[in-house]
Design a protein around this ligand. Structure first.
Ligand code: NAP
Length: 363
């Protein structure tokens, strides 16, 4: 059965990507759209300042944008995706969960909560067990429960994708550095990055971003407790992560130059690292989810790849590209990672999480 989907923050950078992905999706139909009071009451086509290269889908032109309240069409959504600004996401998402709705959020507000899974669906879908046990417990008591799942920061999503299969195979990583080159769509559309700031330029600061990369990695690669109620982060002392984040004049696609060291000796060879990355099949692919990448990690051998314009659309933006894998003179290895920030780094992750929940009968 096709599930009814709502989108909060539907007019923004992430919201527009949700519209594009949902409008072509066989398992979901757009049922409710929400944004600020500036947009509420207008048809979507009049409310939105559409900035995607794909044409605004005809099917959403005349959907009326609502206030972000768990009322009206939102009330009977099977799943609600949030692309809300963090200034407002906290209260709005809380109200939706309290109203019994399943909310998948891109905002940072609840990512640190131990009982809220922080999920990159091609990396740690097992953290969704928290939601599964909550839903099953409520059902056993004859109740319905709302819940919240957070999607990671866009640059964290690309970073953890290659780390997961490496840690699974070779054991813990104890030191990691990441220098990011992040696209302007990651800064949102209201107001977004001005042309004067970014043309012919690089901005070596993104507010709060380095901290997110450093701690989110430890939660996403962390474990779930035996009661399946909380995530246990990798302890600070076990894994040192150092990030530097830059905004660059690219529209979509975050590039990250990373170096890492394994705890165990001897370290694997470059060929072993490449093989583990190429062989990795994410859980969503095994479940046969519609949007799951055919190849989760694309290992590129050309010396000048990955590049955002050429590689960001691999597997429709759900695949992650890794190139220039080589030994590092300070740590063990270095490599360049590229991921689509509004697909696997945001809206696409939300949709793939919903597909996993749907496959498990949780929505
Ligand atoms: P954005 O382009 O600025 O969009 C913000 C959205 O929030 C718009 O739909 C806006 O509606 C709505 N909004 C603003 N104030 C509101 C209010 N008072 N009540 C209800 N709705 C309100 O931002 P974005 O880049 O899409 O980011 C959305 C969220 O996702 C943020 O929390 C961001 O940190 C996170 N995120 C973004 C990316 C990315 O690549 N862009 C990746 C991962 C996570 P109006 O149009 O009506 O103002």
């Amino acid at each position: 059965m096709v599930k009814k989907a709502g989108v909060l923050g539907a007019t923004g950078s992430v919201g527009q990507r949700f519209i594009l992905l949902l409008s072509q999706h066989p398992d979901f139909e757009i049922h409710a759209l929400g944004a600020s009071s500036r947009s509420a009451g207008k048809s979507y086509k009049d409310a939105v300042n559409w900035k995607q290269t794909d044409i605004l889908p005809q099917s959403v032109h005349n959907i009326q944008v609502q206030e972000c309240k768990p009322e009206g069409n939102f009330k009977d959504c099977d799943v609600v995706f949030s692309g809300l600004d963090s200034d407002v996401a906290g209260e709005v998402e809380k109200a939706f969960v309290e109203a019994g709705l399943a909310v998948i959020s891109n905002a940072k507000n609840y990512r640190r909560e131990k009982d809220v899974p922080l999920v990159v669906p091609i990396v740690n879908p097992e953290h969704l067990d928290i939601v599964e046990s909550k839903v099953k417990k409520a059902k056993a008591e004859g109740k319905n429960t709302g819940y919240l799942i957070c999607i990671s920061n866009c640059s964290t999503a690309g970073l953890v994708a290659p780390l997961k299969p490496l840690v699974d195979k070779f054991g813990p990583i104890d030191a990691l550095t990441a220098t990011t080159l992040q696209a302007i769509s990651g800064a949102g559309f209201s107001p977004g990055v001005s042309g004067m700031d970014i043309l012919d330029n690089i901005v070596p600061y993104i507010s709060g971003e380095e901290d997110k990369l450093e701690w989110e990695t430890k939660k996403i690669l962390g474990s779930i407790n035996k009661e399946r109620s909380e995530i246990v982060n990798i302890p600070e002392d076990d894994m040192k992560v150092s990030a530097q984040c830059n905004r660059v004049p690219v529209i979509d696609g975050h590039t990250e130059c990373i170096s890492l060291r394994f705890k165990n000796r001897p370290a694997p060879s470059v060929d072993e690292v490449k093989k583990v990355l190429s062989d990795y099949v994410c859980e969503a692919s095994k479940l046969g989810c519609h949007s799951a990448p055919k190849q989760t990690i694309h290992v590129l051998e050309q010396q000048d790849r990955p590049q955002p314009r050429l590689d960001r659309e691999r597997d429709n933006g759900y695949g992650v590209s890794v190139g220039r894998i080589r030994e590092d003179s300070l740590l063990d290895f270095k490599m360049v990672v590229l991921s689509h920030n509004t697909i696997i780094g945001a809206a696409g992750s939300g949709i793939l999480i919903a597909e996993i929940l749907n496959a498990k009968g949780l929505i």
